[in-house]
Design a protein around this ligand. Sequence first.
Ligand SMILES: C[S@@+](CC[C@H](N)C(=O)[O-])C[C@H]1O[C@@H](n2cnc3c(N)ncnc32)[C@H](O)[C@@H]1O
Length: 366
Amino acid sequence: MRHLSVPSAQTQTWLDFCKSNGWLFSEAGVHPLEGGRKGIPLLDNAPIAGDSVWQGMPEVMVDGRVKGPSHWTQRLDEEIFKKMESEWPAAFEVQGDLQIVKIEPELQQFESNIAEAMLHQSPNIRVICADEGVQGDFRIRKLRVVQSRDGNESTLTRIKENGYSLWVDPSKVYFSIRLSTQRINTVTSAKNLSQRLGRGIVVCDPYAGVGPSMGALLAEDGLVSGYHVGDLNPQAVELLQMNIEHLVTKSSSSSFSPATIRCADATKWAMDNELVESCDLLLVNLPHDSISHLPELIPLLKKGDTTVLRGWAIIDKDEFESQKQLIIEAIEKTSAIIESVTIEEIKGFSSSKCFACFEVWLSRPI
Ligand SMILES: C[S@@+](CC[C@H](N)C(=O)[O-])C[C@H]1O[C@@H](n2cnc3c(N)ncnc32)[C@H](O)[C@@H]1O
């Protein structure tokens, strides 16, 4: 059985992390490993070995200390299982207490069997949802509740990552736990910028979704002095408001200035006097359009000091250099002075495209 090998002192942290993401195989115990390390038992849906969410922790295969079936399909009636033996869903995603699974048309007749087996296998799961694809401008998933453990069919749930919690609702707003490492890297860049400036920084996150980047940034003592966050999707903004309110109460700082949350088109933000030239760190996360939106967004960065632009984009693998040039051109058109530009692939997106992160350190003359 798959186990994540972690230093003994970090066992509880990794147990909590795996549990809150639905990756912990809760019916197996922690396994003592050689060298005093501990093995955290993983479910099959946990990210593959080497994925960035594991932060370098290796995976090992050892016999699990299992008290029950190790896979949800073993909870299906044997006859039903055999009917579709190789067709059962191999993967699913967990967000909080929701389990989201693609059920192919030929399996829909068995969906209540699937849901029952999954609920039985994972005691922390409340609702099994069928994933019916992405829809609309905000690319939100169409979810259909197949079964609820306790009759509560709400898709509003709470996730934990890197020590903070966030309200999410995958039927209303985009959120991906897979980008948690990116958020840790954002904090590293923000700390470097804050150190350089010798003060807390103002962050603009105009495509904030439910606000995961702010979760990571606000968790750091004294790092953020103020923020402007928002999203164009009103349903995202409702959750963003709930999350920011909670994150602020958990923060060591009692006041932030500025501190605004808005439901607006990011490309129009710089027309607002309160927002133009307001931030030290600008986050741009609309991967299909991040680069083309840059000309409208750069004016949000302060003038006279070093600032950082950090964004995420889906890029054609053979257009890396030309996309980097587009970023540079967008910045140079504003007469800004570029100190450094990095662009790196984070993961594949399709056979020809990849998901990349870019970061630019720049200063805009007064
Ligand atoms: C890829 S998601 C990123 C969300 C969040 N930053 C995260 O990492 O989870 C992009 C977000 O941008 C929002 N959005 C799309 N177009 C927008 C626009 N023109 N202005 C502001 N937000 C927009 C979507 O509603 C969505 O929540």
